[in-house]
Design a protein around this ligand. Sequence first.
Ligand code: PLP
Length: 660
Amino acid sequence: MKDTEQPPTETALWTPQDSAQLYGLQNWGAGYFGVSERGTVEVYPGGDPARAIDLMEVVEGLQARDLWPPVVVRFSGILEHRMTYLRHTFDNAIAEAGYRGKYTCVYPIKVNQQRHICEEVRDLGRTMGFGIEAGSKPELIAGLALTQGVNEMPFICNGFKDAEFIETAVLAAKMGRNIIPVIEQTHELEMLIHSARTHAVTPRFGIRAKLASGGIGRWADLVGFRGKFGLSVSQILSSVDWLRDEGLLGGLQMLHCHIGSQIYDIRTVKYAVNELAQIYVELVKLGAPMGIIDLGGGMGVDYDGSGTASQSSMNYTMEQYAADVIHRVKSICDDAHVPHPDVITESGRALVSHSGVLVFQVLGSRVFPSEPDAELVDRALNEGPEAEVPQPLLDLVDAYQRLGDGESDPIEVYQDAEHALNEAMSLFNLGYMSITARAACEELYWAVGNQMAARPRDELTEDLWDLPDRLADIYFSNFSLFQSLIDAWGIDQVFPVMPIHRLDERPTRRGILADVTCDSDGRMDRFPGNGEPQNSVPLHALTQGELTEVGPGQFDPYYLAVFLTGAYQETLGDLHNLFGDTHAVHVVLDADGNWHLEEVVEGDTVREVLQYVQFDPDDMRRDLRKEIEAALTAKRLTLQEGVSMRRFLDQGIDGYTYLE
Ligand code: PLP
């Protein structure tokens, strides 16, 4: 098995622009990513290619500061650009439609709760009239802290609430905060009424409606009568009566819904807005003051760049979304002679996804060779008497030779090879084939398969179209899917993946990625395609360079990045195998076009993750040191070995959880 290959010879025929096209940056990058002339990924935080940050240069700069991948690189400029873009898009839609309400986006903390991101959103949002959304008690407290000193900032509270939650929201409003709790269940209304009585106030609040329409894809179950959240229309009606009886109807000022995240078909948005706006005007007619309509989240991100109504894409632009929302709310309110409400969206994914990029290093690759190991095949053929050479081995040798003879039907040859391999496995499992013969059979099959996979698609039958994927290399990579890309594991989310350098070279291999967890599920084998994910991604062969000290591999360092990871991935994931949070850095571009690090958030140490699962690293170290001492006394370890072991313990406990 060859683990490395020499660089491709066709280097000169390949340009950085070819790479940009191959990896589809212009499709999924939303104008924030490109390829430099030196073949590295460039980031345009403000969407302007004239002001670029070289991602490879950032990674090199981090290493010079002793910060090693895996690392999440956050681009504050992209976040700012997304927020400004959203602001302008809705402002334009409002101006064009002659709409008389205002627009606000409230950032749902759950999309990425990292303090630095929340603070950036808060600081930028302040000047744009944006707010914050929370969905749990910890998020409520985080939101209260974030909006401290910015009392006017809208703060919407969704999610399941207990009496303490509701009381906190009511009291925060009394303190002068612009906080709006959203009633999701009738018992929450009961608690709100109780709290209003106790504190002698009429709190402002919203009601979440359980819509019959909308809902699509992974979160389709959120809507409909059996949806988990919100009040049905009949519950809303009885709530209005109840509130009127209690003298609290004046507090009902907002109607809310959330039909799911990553809404990929604009028709879904249209239906939902329609239904919500109809309920809104009915509430106004029933005497509720209202004033705000909150559409929740759902604005999609085009992860695969195909612009299609498919799980990892979306068939609309932000402009179309804004125009549709404003147009529909306006026309329904106009028909009902109801004043235009202010519109809120809780767009999280669409705001932060693009600003986060996960970069990691490849540790090695498993290549399925296109040529069998001749020496191995020879050994297998001559292991015993000629009459005892296993038939599948002979069949595979025959298939391999026939494939190149120019006469045999290649499809038939491949089918023979596949059949022979299956036979070989059965024989081996029954104990009738040696390990050498099995290894030779596998090598021969891979060679036949690879040569077939290299043929144009129209020369293959449909069942063989996925052969290149089935025989794609495995690139072992220094990251944890469960910690950093949980949606790729949990809901088969597709993310764009590509090398961040060597883009002036033709990628000659196809690969999937295997992470460093001891879990066979820890692999990425779905990549952007044109609406349909591809099961492997073009990559460069690893090259055997001079042995340097810069990385864990025995070859020239090779860095890959996963893009559009800013939403949901950082905290949804967890400590599988005790791989902790990666480092995260905030990179900004100054007026002179130089990048610098604004924040460095170091990843978890081994000590931190051990403590999280209730181990005491100091106790562990003390006990292990005792054992080393005993081994020295018993002369099972040399002094030198004892020192090495102690050093590993000391440095390891306070080191990074990833391979260093
Ligand atoms: N609002 C609520 C109530 C949510 O549950 C969610 C996420 O599911 C969001 C907003 C954010 O949605 P998105 O990230 O799709 O904009």
